[in-house]
Design a protein around this ligand. Structure first.
Ligand code: ADP
Ligand code: MG
Length: 715
């Protein structure tokens, strides 16, 4: 018997183990047993050849029509095997130097053939096919095909599904799974198979009912172990003692609310109460605030910061880019007015100060900001990653607000938390709305608040795809729209995927390089936008220049900003009403939604035009149509997710790669995840260190190791 973490070579032959390792990244017995079939084919149903996809490894079940063999050269013998499918379609397979197969492949015998589907002389073929007869000449079915369902594995071009199937069979026979990681009562409550049975049935089912029952159990493994990890993290966070930061009557927050030029939406008030209550407690708040673009998260965060300042603490606001940090500092100062001018003429009695810390600022400005943070003079410190560096100290850090968290990792959040003398309250804001189950998983150690409504008086953003491949003239109409809006006193964004300039090599895949700021700018200035005040904004500009351009745009001294995604997050210019995105198909769904959120932030109707050469019906075009078709960020993030897979959900990185989730789809298995979460919370409350659940503890360690290895590999 071998354990799950035994090397594959302990179970299957050396060459097979090597092939599975090299081509499918399967190295241990556990890897192999968790390499689940992609689908199943019913034994006896011949595979329609029409279903074959060129370039894919395929297994077909077909009937032999006959063979003809011929010696082409002294050392080259070729057998043509003609097979047919259920509809009578024929395919000829060429097999070289295996004359002996001719006696097996007699007319009428049925067999599985596998190989890579390739087109040869205009006809679909299986290259270098392997075959497996399912019955002998008397029609007796071989044991390995005794099941009614044949598993088809996600095979690589060089490893046949049949090879995987055989290796799995051996592994199932020799593996010792040890105690089941899912506790018995839990399995009984949810009617879950034992692990050994589930693994056997997923690989060797006799009915689709078997497959479903096995899948349910294996999904539970993934969901439950993950939720146990997250429940443990939450338990640790909660067990820390923080400092209560209760509201203070007659303080900054009251003064701010009294001067607010608009009334808060019901959602802002509700979330505000939630935050106020949690920050008043000695158990540190650890909350995610998500909300549609433009839903007014900043005001909510600012009010929380003011409550903390009122109670004698400080708040830090961490932003992902310099542009955004500067903009935040500027807009917080503007919103607070005299309330942020402590020590200056005309300051309010209760006033505080806002300090800004960024990597690029001059030495003098930095010294002042550092001193204000360390002395406590600055109640609010805004900054980029620079806030995390060692030289930055606070008098009494009470609240950390992380804006647009998808750009920050858990480690960075923790680095900032460590700057408080007691663990500060934490508020993470994200404008990428995510479905509940994903929020619970990706941000599973955070509680979630959601702002769903937009402030009153917003007119919805209209979006349209501009297919320049089919309708080149529509591009002129787009520029016309920009001119019209500018004529009415509004402003516009033109967004491109690239900056341009010598540093960027041409695209390697033969595609035309995407539109670039530096190329588009002069073309627009001399062409369709002649006479307008147009400027560029991109990441390679020196920070002072970026800031200057942003300030001029905000002040209405520029009509059009030609920019990269530096404007993606947080830029707030309510007078901007049109956005033209060039080569829109080069952006992701959520990214486009973020970009689009830069317009429609005021009372004027807004328009977003997605310019693309992608053809009608292509996947890229469909993504764009989806973005144009809805303003619902939750819906769009669901679409995005379906295309991306979940990625590793525990680590700092949140995209791509193979994760511990193989069978569970966060978007599809909401109910199961909720149940698993409830079970995990219950179990962790009862046995926080999993002392009484050693097999589960081991499964937790395995998942964490895998996520960590994945993260390290990605660098
Ligand atoms: P986001 O959630 O995208 O960060 P912001 O906080 O930047 O949104 O708010 C978008 C704009 O709406 C800002 O100009 C802000 O001042 C304004 N705003 C926020 N709350 C309200 C409200 N209740 N009524 C009217 N305008 C509001
Ligand atoms: Mg914002």
């Amino acid at each position: 018997m071998v354990s799950l973490d035994a090397k594959l070579s302990a179970a299957v032959g050396g060459p097979t183990a090597k092939a599975l390792g090299t081509h499918l990244e399967l190295h241990t017995v556990g890897d192999l047993l968790r390499h689940y079939p992609r689908r199943y084919v019913e034994r006896g149903a011949l595979t329609p050849f029409l279903d074959l996809v060129e370039g894919e490894h395929a297994t077909v079940f077909a009937e032999v029509q006959g063979t003809t063999g011929k010696r082409l050269r002294p050392n080259l013998y070729k057998t043509d095997v003609v097979i047919r499918d259920a509809e009578g379609a024929r395919m000829t397979l060429a097999v070289f130097n295996k004359p002996w197969i001719e006696k097996d492949l007699r007319a009428g015998r049925r067999a599985y053939f596998s190989g890579k589907a390739e087109r040869f002389n205009g006809r679909m073929q299986l290259a270098n096919p392997e075959f497996q007869l399912v019955d002998d000449e008397a029609g007796v079915v071989a044991e390995e095909f005794a099941g009614t369902l044949l598993p088809i594995y996600p095979a690589a071009a060089k490893v046949a599904s049949l090879t995987v199937q055989r290796s799995v069979r051996v592994a199932l026979d020799v593996v010792d799974l040890g105690p089941d990681p899912l506790p018995d009562e839990l399995r009984a409550r949810h009617r879950l198979l034992g692990l050994a049975e589930a693994l056997r049935l997923i690989h060797q089912p006799t009915s689709y009912g078997d497959v479903t029952r096995a899948q349910k159990r294996l999904k539970w493994d993934e969901a439950f172990v993950l939720q146990v990890v997250l429940a443990q993290r939450r338990a640790v966070t909660r067990s820390l003692a923080g400092t209560p930061r209760a509201p203070r009557p007659g303080g900054l927050l009251e003064a701010f609310d009294a001067a607010l030029p608009f009334s808060l939406t019901a959602g802002q008030q509700q979330v505000g109460r939630e935050l106020a209550g949690e920050m008043s407690s000695s158990s540190p708040m650890y909350r995610l605030l998500q909300g549609e673009v433009g839903s007014g998260k900043t005001v909510v965060a600012l009010r929380a910061m003011l409550q903390v300042v009122d109670s004698g603490g400080q708040a830090a606001l961490l932003a992902p880019t310099e542009v955004l940090a500067q903009q935040h500092a500027r807009s917080l100062r503007a919103m607070l007015g005299p309330l942020a001018q402590a020590g200056e003429l005309g300051a309010a009695d209760v006033a505080t100060r806002i300090a800004l810390l960024t990597g690029s600022q001059g030495a003098a400005a930095r010294r002042t900001a550092l001193a204000e943070a360390a002395s406590g003079e600055a109640g609010i410190v805004v900054g980029t990653h620079a806030l995390l560096s060692e030289g930055v100290a606070f008098a009494d850090l009470g609240l950390v607000v992380v804006d647009e968290q998808h750009r920050f990792g858990v480690e960075q959040r923790d680095a900032l938390r460590a700057k408080g003398s007691t663990p500060p309250h934490v508020l993470v804001m994200t404008a990428t709305p995510i479905p509940r189950t994903i929020a619970m998983t990706v941000y599973g150690d955070l509680e979630v608040s959601t702002l769903t409504e937009l402030p009153k008086g917003r007119s919805p953003i209209k979006s349209a795809v501009v297919p320049v491949g089919e309708k080149p003239a529509w591009l002129d109409t787009a520029w016309q729209r920009v001119r019209e809006q500018v004529a009415e006193g509004r402003q516009a964004f033109v967004v491109t995927p690239r900056i341009g300039g010598e540093e960027e090599p041409a695209a390697a895949d033969g595609k035309r390089p995407a539109a670039a700021v530096l190329d588009v700018l002069p073309l627009l200035q001399e062409g369709p936008l002649q006479g307008l005040r147009v400027a560029a904004l991109h990441g390679r500009m020196p920070p002072e220049d970026k800031d200057a351009v942003m300030q001029r745009f905000t002040a209405g001294q520029l009509d059009v900003l030609v920019a990269t995604t530096v404007i993606e997050v947080g830029v707030d210019v309510p007078n901007a009403t049109v956005m033209v995105v060039l080569d829109a198909d080069r952006f992701g769904v959520s990214q486009l939604h973020q970009l689009r959120g830069r317009v429609g932030r005021g009372a004027h109707a807004a328009l977003c035009l997605l310019v693309t050469e992608a053809e009608g019906g292509s996947p890229s075009r469909e993504r764009l149509e989806a973005v144009a078709g809805t303003n619902d960020g939750f819906e769009l993030s669901r679409i995005d997710l379906e295309q991306r897979r979940e990625g590793d959900v525990l680590g700092a990185s949140q995209s791509g790669g193979r994760s511990s989730l193989r069978m569970l789809r966060l978007a599809d298995h909401e109910e199961l995840i909720l149940e698993a979460r409830a079970e995990a919370v219950r179990l962790v409350a009862d046995d926080p260190a999993l002392r009484r659940h050693p097999a589960l503890a081991q499964a937790v360690v395995d998942v964490l190791d895998e996520e960590r290895a994945e993260f390290l590999a990605k660098g």
